[in-house]
Design a protein around this ligand. Structure first.
Ligand code: PBG
Length: 331
């Protein structure tokens, strides 16, 4: 800080005088290129279905997916993150359906890639597929077994890469998963498949509406993910996680949740200077939407919240509001 001009030489209000001047001096901008739309596809669903805890977000049947993809493309959004809601009868304790090459998410990816230019991000984690709702498999004590989970996650990632996913996004927080997935992708010739690592993913209570959306909350019950997702108290550990994931072969790292963790986004970006995404998770979105719907907050809080991610250093934001915000930005 070298500036030492004093009042009235320095009146900071001069550059706030008109909206034109304000936009000229704006330090950060939110554009549609910053937005990624998560979408839920549901097996056996005809058309669309709303989600109680996520206002204005829907689950889509495969027969309703093309219209939504067209809307996202019209809004000039470049990427989507896809999450499956599978037939409960297909869930088992090892998440077997996750590695079926004709499973719901693979079908959806093929359909989207055939009909659009969108980049598709596919989650690597077993929770939509396990009867217990955990991201990995359990040992005989009910503990999520790291090394037993890895080969399943690796074959899930291969299944997704084969289906055409541009990015595989491990969100499971097992140790060593990035190296295992990277080795497999190189070996199988998927040298340009991006690994978007949910590197600093906290064991947050802000994921509630998402777990309703993919109906894993019923399976998980009162169980928590504290033994694999990060403690909400830590930031040094987040930098450690990110460092390991970059060394193991991650191309892009993610911090999640977003708004309560802007300090983490900022530290990660400043420390590593690699592409850094952030996830405005379901609970953050639901919280703002609920207040907006009650008339307690104005709709502009969504934009303000997302701009704060840019200020913190995020290159891209996954947000359920992507379509809505894009429509405003494109006006
Ligand atoms: C699955 C996964 C979760 C989210 C993204 N991938 C839930 C969880 O870890 O329990 C959360 C997204 C959100 O809340 O919007 N591993």
């Amino acid at each position: 800080m070298t500036v030492s001009r004093k009042f009235p030489n320095s009146r900071l209000r001069r550059t706030r005088f008109t909206s034109v001047i304000r936009s000229l001096v704006a330090e950060n901008h939110l554009t549609v290129d910053d937005l990624i739309q998560p979408i839920f596809v549901k097996e056996g669903l005809d058309g669309i279905e709303s989600i109680d805890s996520l206002p204005e977000v829907n689950r889509f049947g495969l027969n309703a997916l093309d219209d939504e993809v067209a809307r996202i493309q019209e809004n000039k959004i470049k990427a989507i993150a896809i999450f499956p809601v599978i037939d409960p009868l297909k869930k088992d304790d090892r998440g077997t359906e996750s590695t079926n090459e004709d499973n719901l998410v693979c079908e959806a990816i093929r359909q989207i890639k055939k009909n659009s230019e969108l980049a598709v991000i596919a989650d690597v984690a077993l929770d939509p597929y396990t009867s217990h709702g955990h991201d990995g498999v359990l040992d005989s004590n009910g503990y999520v077994d790291n090394d037993d989970s890895l080969p399943i996650l690796v074959s899930q990632a291969l299944t997704l890469a084969k289906a055409g996913a541009d990015m595989v996004a491990p969100s499971d927080m097992m140790d060593g998963r990035i190296a295992s997935i990277r080795n497999m992708l190189e070996e199988k010739g998927f040298v340009n498949t991006i690994i978007l690592s949910y590197a600093a993913k906290y064991s947050s209570k802000f994921y509630g509406p998402f777990r309703d959306a993919v109906s894993s909350s019923a399976s998980l019950g009162s169980g928590s993910k504290d033994t694999y997702q990060m403690s909400v108290a830590n930031i040094d550990e987040a930098l450690h996680e990110v460092k390991m994931d970059i060394e193991e072969g991650a191309d892009i790292v993610m911090v999640k949740p977003g708004l309560p963790y802007l300090d983490v986004i900022k530290s990660v970006k400043e420390t590593f200077k690699v592409p850094t995404f952030a996830y405005q998770v379901s609970g953050e979105y639901a919280m703002l939407k609920a207040a907006i719907q009650n008339g307690w907050l104005s709709e502009e809080v969504m934009m303000e919240s997302l701009l704060s991610f840019k200020r913190a250093g995020a290159d891209c934001i996954l947000t359920y509001a992507a379509n809505q915000i894009a429509e405003t930005l494109n006006k």
